[in-house]
Every structure is written in C-alpha cells, then in structure tokens.
Design a binder for this molecule. Structure first.
Ligand code: NAD
Ligand code: TDX
Length: 334
C-alpha cells in the first residue's frame, strides 16, 4: 500500500501515541498529530519519532477552522481524542460533553466537507455492563446502554458517526475496544496507578470489593487492530476489539504485587466508584474472521511485567502528574 497522510487526533495521549509509534514502525505513512495537550496529553510520548514523518498541531478538535486547515488533503483521520477517565466524568462531566460530543461533531463536519475517510475510536463501555456470571460477551449488535457520563458521551459520539455515514455518506468505520494497558498510560488509570503507588511505597487501592471484571488488551494490539480496520474495514461497519483478557481487579492487583516482589495481600479497599460497571467482555470474532487480525500480546502476565519495567525505567515521564493525581483521589476517599 502506498504511503498515506494520516491525521491522528489525541496522538499525545496513551493509545493515540501508541498508534503513532505503531504506524511509524509498520508503514511508510506520515502523521499529523492533533492534540490540545490537556492534562492527559504528554509531549514526552512523542519523543523519538522522526520529525520528517510526524508533526504536531496543538489544536482543539472542536475548533472547526483549525480542523478544516489540518484535515483538508489528508487521506484519513483516526480519531482518538477524548476525555477518557470515568472518575473525572463523575466529578465534572462538562469537558466530556464538549470534547467527546461537540469535538466529534466538529470533526465529522470537517471530514464531510473535505471528503476525508474517518476511523472513530470508541470503547466497550457504550454497551453498559454484564453480570459476573453471564456467559454472554459484547458483540457488534449488543444494544447501547452506557452508565457513566464518560460512556454516555462516547455512545453519543458513536451514534453521531453512524448518522453521518448514513445521512451524508461520510466514509467512516468505528471500533469499540476493551481496557488497554501498556507504556505511557496516565497514572490516574488503574494499572499505572498501582504500579507507581508501589514504587512510591503506597499500598494499591481497590475500589469496593475489587470483583469488577475488565477485559485487558495491550495498547500495541489495539493499534494493530485499528491499522487493519483502516486498511481493510468496510465503511459504515463497527468492529469490536478485544484479546480475551478478562480478569477481576483483585487478580490484577495481586499479580502486580507479585511481579513487583510484594506480599500479594498487601493492598487496601477504598470507596467504590459511583455506578461502577461490573463486567466488560468483548467477542472480537468479526475482527478476527473478516479482517484476519490476531493480538500479539497473548499473555497478560508478560505484557504486565514489561509495563512495570517501563514505569520503573521512565519515572521522568510520570512523576510530574503523580502527586496531583493522588491528591485528587484522596479528596474523594479513593
Ligand atoms: P488519554 O486521556 O490518555 O488521551 C486523550 C488525548 O486526547 C490527550 O492527549 C488529550 O490531550 C487529547 N485531547 C483531549 N481533549 C482534546 C480536544 N478537545 N482536542 C484535542 N485533543 C484533545 O486517552 P486514551 O486512554 O489514550 O484513550 C484514547 C481513545 O481511546 C479515547 O477515545 C477513549 O475513549 C478510547 N478508548 C480508551 C480505552 C482505554 O482503556 N484507555 C479503551 C477503549 C477505548
Ligand atoms: O485506583 C483504582 N482502583 C480501582 O479498583 C482505579 C483508578 C480503578 N479501579 C478500578 C475501576 C475499574 O473497575 O479498576 C478498573 C479499571 O479502572 P480505570 O483504569 O479507571 O478504567 P475503566 O473505568 O474500566 O475505563 C477504561 O477502559 C475503557 C478507560 O479509562 C476508558 O477510557 C475506556 O473506555
């Protein structure tokens, strides 16, 4: 395939930056990262990328004129930018409505004006949650039933994309992925929070009983799936991305403690999250069968050990955010 020019929104965030690294390594494409560098954007995540293939535009996706200037002439837009943390959406939903809904609407209007292909990144949380003992997993036809302000705004953004495909012929695909882990994830999120807590001598903190289940996938596997959909996905279709990684939070914390050389019971229970979704689980059969995608990080323990090593080796990356993040959690008893 000949080299394309991709616009990657949210490319200074966790998964967006993983995707940019993946594209540079596996294709000849060039990339313009569009990122407004909120608290979650980190310029250090884009270090070491070749300047002749990656450039950064510090812009808000809700700025229509800036999006028109950047998107005109691109081959595709891959849309990761979002407010992404459930706990923050319980504290103040307003930036979630602004970026996830108005921002996505603004991008849709821009790709529509310029006839540019879009891939929209979303989450399994749009489907709500499953009972712990439910044999079912989410599929592309599971009804939407979001629980939190975060997942409601992501669900709304997905519906906007689907409507722009049907009503205006916008060339878009969508994907809904499960929980990601790997390097360069903000320390507010579950896995990096516990790893960096242990580095700082703080006990890991489990919300409630810790029995909630998440379906973990490495950000590198999410990236390879998105690239595959961009290359071979059918316009208008949704693809679920997951790697059969269901684990409850207690199991994850115990594994982190074990891998970091601590007593596996040395964690504490803190206040539960309001409306805490019980379980997410993805059936990625369509992606595997129709597009021939397979995850590379089949073994969670190996991927987690490498992630722990990354946080140990890259303290300068996460240290500036750690104290403020923990202070915010402390205020709400978490
Ligand atoms: P993140 O919070 O680490 O990064 C988000 C990035 O978007 C940041 O760099 C931020 O500066 C940027 N951004 C925010 N608002 C912006 C705006 N208005 N204009 C321009 N840039 C803006 O998030 P993440 O975990 O990397 O998630 C990326 C995407 O993947 C999101 O759409 C999220 O819903 C989705 N997703 C995440 C997960 C997960 O486990 N983290 C799982 C499935 C789907
Ligand atoms: O300290 C903690 N203790 C704890 O028990 C934190 C921060 C979280 N948790 C629990 C809550 C969840 O059950 O761990 C689980 C994972 O929490 P998060 O990392 O906040 O992720 P989650 O709410 O599941 O959402 C993530 O996956 C889906 C991403 O943040 C979303 O952007 C994505 O859409």
């Amino acid at each position: 395939m000949s080299a394309r020019h991709l616009v990657v929104t949210g490319g200074a965030g966790f998964i967006g930056s993983a995707f940019v690294h993946h594209v540079i390594e596996h294709t000849d494409d060039t990339v313009t990262v569009v990122d407004s560098l909120t608290y979650a954007g980190n310029l250090a995540s884009l270090e070491d990328l070749p300047s002749n293939r990656v450039r950064l535009e510090v812009e808000d996706i809700a700025d229509a004129a800036a999006m028109d200037r950047i998107i005109r002439g691109a081959d595709a837009v891959v849309h990761f930018a979002a407010e992404s943390h459930n706990d923050n959406s319980l504290d103040d939903p307003s930036p979630f409505v602004q970026t996830n809904l108005i921002g996505t609407f603004t991008l849709l209007e821009s790709v529509r004006r310029h006839g540019v292909r879009l891939h929209h990144i979303s989450t399994d949380e749009v489907y709500g949650d499953l009972a712990l003992d439910d044999p079912q997993r989410f599929t592309e036809t599971t009804p939407y039933n979001p629980s939190s302000p975060y997942s409601a705004t992501k669900a709304g953004s997905d519906l906007l994309v689907r409507a722009w495909v049907r009503s205006f012929g916008v060339q878009a695909t969508l994907s809904n992925c499960s929980n990601n882990y790997g390097p360069r994830q903000h320390v507010e999120k579950f896995i990096p929070r516990q790893i960096t807590n242990l580095i700082d001598g703080i006990r890991p903190k489990l919300y409630g009983a810790g029995l909630n289940v998440r379906d973990w996938i490495h950000a590198e596997d999410h990236s390879s799936a998105v690239l595959r959909i961009l290359e071979a996905g059918e316009i208008g279709q949704t693809y679920l991305i997951g790697a059969d990684g269901e684990k409850n939070n207690r199991q994850v914390v115990e594994l982190i403690l074990q891998l970091m050389g601590h007593d596996v019971h040395d964690y504490e229970h803190v206040a539960d999250r309001a409306g805490h979704d019980l379980r997410y689980a993805i059936d990625a059969t369509r992606l595997r069968n129709e597009l021939g995608w397979e995850p590379a990080f089949a073994d969670f323990e190996t991927g987690l050990a490498a992630t722990i090593d990354w946080y140990r080796d890259n303290e300068q990356w996460w240290r500036p955010q750690k104290a403020a993040t923990e202070a915010k959690y402390q205020k709400v008893g978490q």
